[in-house]
Design a protein around this ligand. Structure first.
Ligand code: KMH
Ligand code: ZN
Length: 271
């Protein structure tokens, strides 16, 4: 099966003070996503920022960014409903009303670095149900074993359509550590036929992405997950990180999925 490469150009926390090449404004994000598409990315995972770089769930900024991307390329858009730690869940969940092809679903409240990431059970169920109604495919973000169990409960309750699509997130302080052991434990516990990718935050991003690919997972790359190309060397934008993930997959003789192929692999409802 072909490998889906997701670009995550901008996350919820880092700023241009941390890496001046971080895209934060709609046009910058669209151009970074387009460049990643040309390298082989078939999905774009998006966070939005206001004019002061603060994470935002502003529907106008989100729609403008999505439109600028759609004008440039057919990459599949996955909107983050995680947005940023200071944005209320009730604001964040409104982003799915824009009907991106996919959106993240974070199943549990947790500590997240020095902050709190609030995902209350009642809100998570409401968001999962709304995504199902709108045909927005959830990317299930699991940061710990209990989060996987919470997703499986949502599935048993009929709130999630198959195939289940997981991000195994390693290296967030408050979630599981970025170790090969933890990754393998999680992969073994996935339900049959689940589709998954590794999101490895920080310095282990490259190794765990490579292990994930070798184990049959998809891959994600971009400045959301690491600001560095290697120790001490800031990445000069998203493209070098995406190029490297694509090359890793090619070196493992894995074909790279186009957006059309990714759409089929993920059984995205047609639009
Ligand atoms: N940066 C991720 C580990 C989401 O996009 O829904 C957490 C996150 C969640 O940003
Ligand atoms: Zn994200």
């Amino acid at each position: 099966m072909s490998v889906i490469i997701t670009v995550a150009p901008t996350g919820p926390i880092a700023s241009t003070a941390d890496n001046p090449s971080l895209p934060t404004q709609p046009l910058e994000i669209a151009e970074a996503v387009h460049a990643a598409y040309l390298e082989g990315a078939s999905v774009a995972h998006l966070h939005f920022r206001d004019a002061n770089e603060k994470p935002t769930a502003d529907l106008g900024i989100a729609q403008r960014t999505m439109d600028l991307i759609a004008e440039r390329c057919p990459i599949l858009i996955q909107v983050s409903t995680g947005v940023g730690l200071a944005v209320e869940f009730e604001e964040r969940e409104k982003l799915v009303e824009l009907r991106p092809r996919m959106a993240t679903l974070n199943p549990c409240t947790m500590s997240f670095g020095e902050g709190e990431f609030r995902n209350p059970p009642i809100g998570v169920r409401r968001l999962a149900a709304r995504m199902r109604e709108l045909d927005v495919k959830p990317e299930l973000e699991v940061y710990d074993t209990g989060h996987l169990d919470a997703c499986i409960r949502l599935w048993e309750e009929g709130l999630l359509a198959e195939p289940l699509q997981f991000s195994l997130v390693l290296g967030v302080r408050g979630g599981m550590a970025a170790t090969a052991d933890n990754l393998i434990t999680m992969v073994k516990r996935l339900p049959p036929d689940a589709i998954w990718q590794v999101i490895a935050i920080g310095k282990s991003s490259l190794e765990l992405t490579a292990i994930g690919l070798a184990l049959g997972g998809n891959a994600r790359a971009g400045l959301e997950d690491t600001l560095y190309l290697r120790k001490g060397e800031l990445a000069q934008g998203n493209t070098p990180l995406v190029t490297r993930a694509v090359q890793l997959a090619r070196d493992l003789d894995l074909p790279i999925a186009s957006p059309e192929q990714a759409e089929q692999i993920l059984s995205l409802p047609s639009r």
